[in-house]
Design a protein around this ligand. Structure first.
Ligand code: ZN
Length: 442
């Protein structure tokens, strides 16, 4: 009896080690194609183990042979192995006050498609879920070029406090949402769509459970995107401050995303910077986002009937209008930039004093207007941070643009496959047989 248990435990351990090693090889190949010999060196696994792992990954359609290479010029040329990145895709969606943004990433983390669509979210729940599902189906249709491609899952980025485990947006003041079960609303709709989801652990038939949806805070996911391949992946201490209607943030300290005891860390937009200031969407007064959020900028920059206030127009287009005016020396626009840039730097200095990051990344509209806002932020930091030279912080502009949170959501949705490549069934297995194969390999 005891012997049988030990035997089973041994098999389970072996399978876990094998999955972990497959994950190590996939992650190594995300950095670029390499020979089995090089993979063995990089992963500190034996060449025999690497060959066996590569064979299994090939059977699952995750890698293929690349170019032959003659490293060092001596001996047999080695065949490079490369990731078949198009085999697994993930989709990230950001829902924001007046737009939805969707991004498709492949297994290598490269962007395959991106779309942004103007949509009024506040107060609308069912309509937003419907619009999100349509956007995901359309994006999948565009990006699923290879017949064998599978969808790892969907990540949703929401502005507000998110209960990730339950997939519920608890409070999103700018959306006027309370306790909205985004995961349920979306998974229910996506389960009806004919998309090649990875088979769920529990059942073979497409169902609500077979659609892997995760929901998280937009700024947290944007920070993940910056850390996963944004401005400077080598930095282990960074702060992201991202500007939209709300102002969000994320802190990475010593290589770890700071989530807080209940997962609600990073609500920088609601740090009170103006005692008894104007009313914020959260019901409090003088929050940071009331002085440097998009609303504050637009109100300062243009009269209410100006085109930059038109929610039906794409945000990038409206920001281009402002940039154009500022570059032509328009006084009102420049004054607005100056006021907002200083308010942004004021709050940023508090965060820099708090965590002494190596890099402060400006994201969202702050990055878009970076040529004007960055010098103002740098001046405020120089002034207000107590450490010499502002503690050595560098102010960088996000290159991910308005797609940062959606990109982070797609990264998060890929994580399960990166951690366990055996979630991807062997190629050629008909969908009905996938479950049986999973049981065999479990
Ligand atoms: Zn607030």
């Amino acid at each position: 009896m005891g012997g049988a248990t030990t035997h089973l435990a041994g098999r389970a351990d072996h399978a876990a080690v094998r999955r972990a090693n497959l994950a190590v090889v996939v992650r190594a190949l995300r950095a670029g194609a390499r020979t089995r010999a090089r993979l063995a060196t990089d992963t500190q696994l034996t060449k025999a183990t690497v060959s066996s792992l590569v064979a299994e990954l090939a059977g699952r359609g995750l890698v293929r042979s690349g170019a032959p290479t003659r490293a060092g010029g001596v001996g047999r040329p080695g065949q490079e192995v490369e990731l078949a990145a198009e085999r697994v895709l993930s989709i990230g969606v950001e829902l924001n006050v007046d737009y939805l943004c969707g991004v498709v990433l492949d297994l290598a983390g490269e962007q395959r498609a991106v779309v942004r669509t103007a949509f009024d979210v506040p107060g609308r729940i069912e309509a937003t879920a419907e619009e999100m599902a349509d956007l995901i189906v359309d994006l999948a249709g565009t990006a699923l070029a290879a017949d064998s491609a599978v969808l790892a899952g969907v990540g949703v980025a929401a502005p507000g406090l998110v209960d990730g485990a339950a997939g519920i947006v608890r409070v999103a003041p700018n959306l006027r949402w309370h306790d909205v079960p985004v995961l349920d609303l979306l998974a229910k709709r996506l389960a009806r769509a004919p998309l090649p989801w990875l088979p769920a652990a529990g059942g073979a038939e497409p169902s609500r459970e077979s659609v892997d949806v995760l929901v998280d805070n937009e700024a947290t996911l944007a920070t993940l995107a910056e850390y996963a391949g944004g401005v400077d992946p080598a930095e282990r201490d960074l702060i992201l401050v991202t500007g939209g209607v709300g102002v969000g943030g994320g802190l990475v300290v010593d290589g770890r995303l700071v989530r807080g005891s209940a997962g609600f860390a990073g609500e920088v937009g609601h740090i009170a910077v103006v005692p008894d200031g104007v009313l914020c969407g959260c019901g409090r007064r003088g929050c940071w986002e009331t002085v440097c959020g998009l609303g504050a900028l637009l109100d300062l920059a243009a009269a209410p009937d100006d085109a930059v206030h038109d929610h039906r127009r794409d945000l990038d287009e409206r920001l281009d209008l402002l940039l154009d005016r500022a570059r032509h020396g328009d006084a009102r626009t420049l004054q607005a930039f100056d006021k907002v840039g200083r308010a942004l730097g004021h709050g940023a200095a508090m965060l820099v004093n708090l965590t002494n990051p190596r890099v402060l990344v400006l994201g969202g509209y702050f990055a878009r207007l970076g040529e004007f806002l960055r010098p103002l932020v740098e001046a405020e930091l120089a002034d207000r941070v107590v450490a010499p030279n502002a503690g050595g912080v560098r102010v960088a502009l996000s290159r991910l643009g308005l797609a940062a949170a959606a990109t982070g959501a797609a990264h998060a949705a890929l994580a399960a496959v990166l951690d366990d490549p055996t979630l991807v069934p062997p190629t050629g297995a008909p969908p009905s047989a996938r479950e049986a194969l999973r049981k065999d390999t479990a």
